[in-house]
Design a protein around this ligand. Structure first.
Ligand code: ADP
Ligand code: MG
Length: 201
């Protein structure tokens, strides 16, 4: 069964292809119009804006807090019952240094506020936060999929690996279009979406 969607697609492969094309296009527009720079950093409200922009054409739940409990591997993300409180706590976490920002990112992943699309939306959110606070951003193309996913799986217990990976992929070329585009492709690749290049959508 696929997630109910505004496109009325019932085939999982067709949905994943359409989702990639539309949401990648929307992400690219968010960058190109400068709207991404105007999104408030470090808050759930900002993350919800990003999620809505990416997935609003596809899912009714875009930008909305999920109402079901979800897990990946053996990890259960924040229970719906505690989600609001957990998001309020994350909003208030400090974000002045690289370490604090990654700690905030790890907590946002544990919250996993949306039904789907958390990874892709939250990586854009992380970059907005890093750019604003540290004038650096992650070059996601330098981080291999398996390394990223195992560091995130580990991050719920210990954040050393994800901090190490992200720190080694930081760049100062934060306004570069090519950085955004290859980062978007890498971010989608982590989640198994590799049908379209950001340049082509
Ligand atoms: N076992 C795990 N434990 C903790 N976090 C995980 C685990 N597996 C994946 N993740 C995180 O969840 C993200 C995927 O969440 P998801 O909502 O499916 O986003 P998307 O739809 O963008 O793929 C990954 O990018 C990773 O950060
Ligand atoms: Mg997913």
């Amino acid at each position: 069964m696929v997630l109910p969607n505004k496109l009325n697609i019932t085939d999982p492969i067709a949905l994943s292809i359409a989702e990639e094309k539309i949401s990648k296009h929307n992400a690219k527009r968010l960058f190109e119009t400068g709207a991404l720079d105007a999104i408030p950093v470090g808050t759930f409200a900002g993350l919800a804006d990003i999620h809505r922009c990416l997935f609003g054409d596809i899912y009714d739940f875009a930008g909305k807090i999920r109402d079901v409990n979800i897990a990946k591997g053996s990890f259960r993300f924040a229970p719906v019952m505690h989600l609001q409180a957990s998001l309020a706590h994350i909003d208030a976490m400090p974000q002045g240094t690289f370490d604090q920002i990654v700690e905030k990112y790890v907590e946002m992943n544990i919250a996993h506020p949306f039904r789907e699309g958390n990874g892709r939306a939250t990586r854009l959110w992380l970059d907005c936060l890093l750019k604003k606070e540290t004038w650096q951003a992650v070059d996601w193309s330098l981080i291999a999929k398996d390394d990223y996913l195992s560091a995130m799986e580990r991050s719920v217990v210990k954040d050393l690996e994800i901090k190490h990976l992200l720190k080694n992929a930081l760049t100062d070329t934060i306004h570069e279009r090519a950085l955004f585009m290859r980062g978007l492709d890498a971010s989608y690749h982590y989640e198994g979406y590799r049908h379209f290049r950001a340049e082509d959508v």
